[in-house]
Write a protein that binds this ligand. Structure first.
Ligand SMILES: [Zn+2]
Length: 77
């Protein structure tokens, strides 16, 4: 189980459903997936896969995946 990752408000676009900017990135179905979720209404972005690149630590891969989860949220918002 990976830890929920609180997203800085400045990094996320407002939620298209409720307007809140407070997001958290959670683990998806398995530890390989990360998904950004609105703290207020629970709206979810599409989940992104966490893959460990060559020479990357698991922590770095997780940080990358968290960032991509916010990116896909921002693309949709
Ligand atoms: Zn919302």
């Amino acid at each position: 189980m990976t830890e929920p990752f609180p997203v800085a408000e400045a990094e996320a676009k407002p939620c298209p459903f409720c307007g809140d900017r407070r997001m958290t990135v959670y683990q998806g179905d398995t530890y390989r997936w990360r998904v950004a979720v609105c703290n207020s209404c629970g709206a979810q972005a599409p989940d992104v896969r966490c893959t460990i690149g060559e020479g990357q630590t698991r922590e770095q891969a997780l940080a990358d995946a968290n960032k991509r989860a916010i990116d896909v949220w921002n693309e949709r918002a």
